[in-house]
Ligand binder design. Structure first.
Ligand code: ACM
Ligand code: ZN
Length: 763
């Protein structure tokens, strides 16, 4: 049974939420462009299309600019609009770099009589057209555009979207469909991750085995990588893009003002290539394309000149296909294990007077950079290229965090921000247990939206080196185009706004309003976009009297949340949620959002386990780290157990460090059971402690050990519940010894083990 009452602490917050909801509801039918323009002034006029209307284009505007618009227009209107060069056409597009000063900028003027788009350049005209496309409204066979004046230009010159086609392969039609979407939302760079351990996806005529061997893997892991033992489907899987297909895709993108940057990954993530050409690895193989996801010790041999000949020959075929100034050479997650014992790599270190294997990585990147520079290209690499010193002209793509981008900018190197915590679209977007399999993190739409690429650590001058921002989509858990679309959309639209819109124009509730306006367009374009942003999200806080309070939120305008606390399914006859729910005893809250008398989205569910340590003071000797630092100690005693999703904000992670926690119950109490949950996923670098002890004390200085455990057999959650002799105790001390360094033969040997704990239970 759970007792409910109103908590005043939340009253003002709830009022604010209601206020926002009311505003959102009033404006929900208004038009909205994504990314939000610099300025949009609406008028009461409306432009109406008729079959006699033509589109006139001024000098320098290619018909390519209209390809997407024309096809989309025909699909909504049922007829086409002829193109001409008539300056008096009802829809007129022109370039005027004098009046529109910002590159890629445009002005869109819509009156009852005419639509006029003036661009700084052809790209500006194109983006004006994309805004106009988003404003098209079709009602009862009539196509209209709201009267307005839009003044617009981008915040960042680099606005990127990355796609991994190695872990799962997507056919050219899918790539083209998504390129249309990039263009529609003013993303101008497609970072195409073409090679990795699980498959080589670009035809290289000089190396036919890349097509016959490297493009395929024997089978694919089923389920999540963290599951153990791993299961496989037994199906050979693969494919590659022919050079003709690549050319076609690059042309398609170029027509839409999108630069395609290919990534040929090195020196790590190279297993698929090594499978075909084992002499390029340190041991000579044999190797096989990986059938599961991870980081593998076998990488290109940096001591073998043939490696460089191979990669340069590959580049000789790649460069003519991609006119981009930049070529991405990877550089991330390259273990140095094999280099350390390879005679050739060690000889290279000596010959080149390098300090260590990190400098050998720099040597590798630098040598390839020189080659690419000699062909007139610049390199981009993931932030690990900083490790052994940055090579002269390199651009850093900052993914492990923002630190790499900051360091690069401080060294006056260009950087692109793509921190995994904010913009990895392969991560979970909902914590619902019904959410399909995804990568490790939790990145809801709001988190992507609220990402700010220019951190305060950079001075104005240094900030100029941040060229832009990109979202990344690794395809381990995107086995089909539909699943990829569910991960990409609508989060990519949030990224588009981060990249394009002025910082001061950003506003999440307003973005959601415009996103809802965009939904019919996404549907018309047959995009399987996720709608989980309307689902219930929660926040759990501590009340003034140290109880647990649960707040529920939805962003769906005009909706209401109903909930139950007895395990039954919530319906319109259940209790209406108005205010934070105080949880006084163990049980499960189930809740659902209702609008127009119907449930919207999935049912929310959260279980609480109320025990003697709830809300008590916890003192930690070491701080939890990274993405597993909930930022306070309340989560260790909040009655909520971390789930197998491990990204739910409940787990406390210690990288290489031990746990020493003291719970002060406030007064001596009778204690008969002590517990803690330990998460063990070796395939996620999460290791059980080598020793766990519970100690009790009445005075906080003299402790008695009451329990110890060294074995944690379960893959997943190990729930330790130690029944001890009933005794009086005020202080409970929990110590858990970290595994330390991951041993050889395990996943990522030599790395620090994460020790993951949640909820110290006292009964
Ligand atoms: C990366 O996510 N390994 C760049
Ligand atoms: Zn080697």
């Amino acid at each position: 049974m759970i007792k409910l009452f109103t908590s005043r602490i939340f009253f003002s917050c709830i009022l604010l939420c209601l206020f926002i909801t009311v505003i959102a509801k009033a404006q929900v039918k208004e038009e909205g462009i994504i990314p939000r323009p610099v300025e949009m002034i609406k008028t009461n006029e409306v432009f109406t299309f008729t079959k006699s209307i033509t589109i006139g284009t001024g000098a320098g505007i290619s018909a390519d600019n209209l390809t997407f618009f024309s096809a989309y227009f025909k699909s909504v209107a049922g007829y086409s609009l002829p193109l001409n060069h008539n300056i008096n056409a009802s829809v007129y597009l022109t370039i005027d770099s004098g009046s529109i000063t910002q590159p890629e900028g445009y002005k869109l003027l819509v009156t009852a009589k005419q639509i006029k788009i003036v661009g700084h350049d052809e790209a500006g005209v194109f983006y004006g057209l994309q805004s106009m496309t988003q404003l098209l409204k079709a009602t009862n066979g009539k196509v209209t555009v709201q009267g307005c004046t839009v003044t617009d230009y981008p915040r960042f010159a680099y606005r990127g979207m990355h796609l991994d086609v190695s872990r799962h392969f997507f056919k050219p039609e899918a790539i083209k469909k998504w390129i249309d979407l990039l263009a529609l939302y003013k993303i101008n760079t497609f970072h195409w991750h073409l090679t990795d351990d699980q498959g080589w996806r670009i035809e290289i005529k000089k190396y036919p085995l890349l097509q016959s061997i490297s493009a395929y893997r024997d089978e694919t892991i089923i389920g999540h990588k963290k599951d153990s033992p791993h299961k496989f489907d037994g199906q050979r899987y693969g494919g590659y893009y022919t050079q003709d297909e690549v050319k076609e895709i690059v042309k398609y993108a170029t027509q839409r003002h999108i630069t395609v940057i290919p990534e040929i990954e090195m020196p790590g993530h190279a297993l698929a290539a090594l499978a075909a050409y084992p002499q390029l690895g340190c041991t000579g193989g044999p190797y096989k394309a990986a059938t599961y996801w991870g980081i593998f010790d076998d990488v290109y041999c940096a001591g073998n000149d043939e490696t460089f000949t191979f990669l340069q020959n590959v580049m000789d075929e790649v460069l003519p296909l991609f006119p981009s100034k930049y070529i991405h050479i990877g550089g991330d997650e390259c273990p140095k294990t094999k280099w350390k014992t390879c005679p050739k790599c060690q000889k290279r270190i000596r010959d080149e007077h390098l300090k260590d294997e990190k400098e050998l990585q720099s040597y590798f990147i630098g040598r390839m950079e020189k080659y690419l520079n000699s062909k007139g290209r610049q390199i981009i690499g993931w932030d690990e290229i900083l490790e052994g010193g940055l090579t002269p002209g390199a651009t850093v793509m900052s993914w492990t965090g923002e630190e790499g981008g900051i360091a690069a900018a401080k060294q006056h190197h260009d950087a692109i921000m793509t921190p995994e915590k904010y913009v990895y679209l392969d991560y979970y977007q909902s914590l619902s247990p019904a959410e399909p399999l995804a990568g490790g993190g939790y990145t809801p739409l709001s988190k992507v939206y609220n990402y700010e690429p220019i951190t305060n650590e950079l001075s104005g001058d240094e900030a100029k080196y941040i060229k832009g921002v990109q979202a990344n989509a690794w395809s381990e858990y995107m086995a089909s185009p539909a699943q990829a679309e569910r991960q990409l959309f609508p989060r990519m639209l949030a990224l588009a706004e981060v990249a394009w819109s002025p910082k001061e124009n950003k506003n999440y509730p307003d973005f959601l309003k415009r996103l809802r306006y965009q939904q019919p367009l996404l549907k018309k374009l047959n995009i399987n976009a996720a709608d989980v942003f309307d689902e219930i999200t929660d926040s759990v806080t501590e009340t003034a009297d140290h109880q647990v309070a649960l707040s529920l939120q939805t962003t769906l305008p005009g909706s209401k949340i109903y909930f139950t606390n007895d395990g039954s399914t919530p319906g319109l006859n259940s209790k209406a949620y108005t205010d934070a729910i105080t949880i006084a005893s163990s049980g499960t809250i189930k809740a659902a959002v209702f609008s127009s008398g119907k449930q919207q989205g999935r049912t929310y569910e959260k279980s609480f386990n109320i025990h003697k340590a709830i809300g008590k003071t916890v003192t930690l000797k070491n701080h939890p780290q990274g993405g597993f630092n909930p930022g306070n100690t309340f989560g260790l005693v909040n009655g909520i157990f971390g789930s197998k999703l491990y990204n739910d904000g409940q787990w406390y992670g210690f990288s290489g460090d031990d746990l020493e926690a003291v719970v002060d119950l406030g007064s001596a109490q009778s204690v008969s059971q002590l517990g803690i949950n330990i998460l063990k996923y070796h395939w996620q670098k999460m290791w059980e402690p080598t020793l766990l002890t519970f100690e009790v004390s009445t005075d906080g200085s003299n402790y008695t050990e009451v329990y110890r455990q060294t074995d944690f057999p379960d893959n997943g959650i190990n729930a330790v519940r130690a029944n001890i002799k009933t005794q009086q105790a005020r202080y409970i001390r929990v110590k858990a010894t970290n595994k330390g360094i991951i041993p050889p033969g395990e996943y990522i040997p030599g790395a620090k083990a994460w020790m993951m704990v949640d909820e110290i239970v006292v009964n």
